[in-house]
Design a binder for this molecule. Structure first.
Ligand SMILES: *[C@@H]1O[C@H](CO)[C@@H](O)[C@H](O)[C@H]1NC(C)=O
Ligand SMILES: *[C@@H]1O[C@H](CO)[C@@H](O)[C@H](O)[C@H]1NC(C)=O
Length: 193
């Protein structure tokens, strides 16, 4: 391939990226990687490292602490970078399949969620906390046939630090979300949804 043809190809690619970027409301200046998919144009890349996505650490803490505040004896959660590192590593591992599958950690509590498109960590926390309606404080149980284990993880007295991560999965615009908690509380999260 001649030199000028190579340049033309590079230009054409850059034009294509610019074109698709606009459709996706992204700009070429963003430090995000993209892969180009022949069928659906541009896709967010798959090589991007797990992070908290569009939700800030503070927003993650606020969402948890708003719910913890409803129970007077609870202390607020703080961000734990060690825990967040673990969450990132596991989110990275699940990029390959976005399976709704827990890590086998024994040292952290854990809530997970999967979704697609623009799902955020905040969406996941709100979803987990909506299980509050299924929980009975008096007996510390979920209603019959109901899930409340994600909510109870958020309100365990001992779980005062948290770290979360989100990854973009390889297939179908999938999103994998995980929050880990230290120290862990009772672990009764067995009902995925
Ligand atoms: C953060 O988590 C680690 C366990 O991974 C723990 O040893 C450490 O004490 C925690 N930090 C705080 C402030 O609790
Ligand atoms: C919670 O923390 C307290 C004080 O650190 C400890 O005594 C207790 O065993 C913990 N409870 C659980 C369920 O881990």
């Amino acid at each position: 391939m001649g030199f000028s043809r190579k340049i033309a190809l590079v230009l054409a690619l850059c034009m294509a990226i610019l074109h698709f970027s606009h459709e996706d409301e992204q700009s070429c200046n963003q430090p995000e990687d993209y892969s180009i998919n022949a069928h659906s144009g541009i896709r967010r890349v798959l090589s991007a490292a797990p992070s908290t996505g569009t939700t800030s650490q503070q927003a993650i803490l606020d969402a948890h602490n708003k719910v913890r505040k409803e129970i007077p004896s609870l202390e607020p959660m703080t961000w734990n970078a060690t825990v967040a590192k673990f969450a990132e590593e596991y989110a990275s591992e699940r990029k390959k399949d976005c399976a709704l599958q827990h890590s086998d950690t024994q040292i952290y509590g854990e809530n997970i969620a999967t979704g697609a498109g623009k799902m955020t960590i905040l969406d996941a926390i709100n979803m987990w906390c909506s299980e509050k309606d299924n929980y009975d404080y008096e007996t510390n149980t979920c209603g019959p046939g109901k899930a409340c284990g994600h909510y109870t993880q958020v309100i365990w007295k001992n779980s005062t630090t948290v770290g979360c991560a989100l990854s973009h999965c390889v297939k179908n615009d999938g999103i994998f979300i995980i929050c880990n908690y230290y120290p862990p509380g009772n672990y009764i999260d067995t009902k995925p949804y």
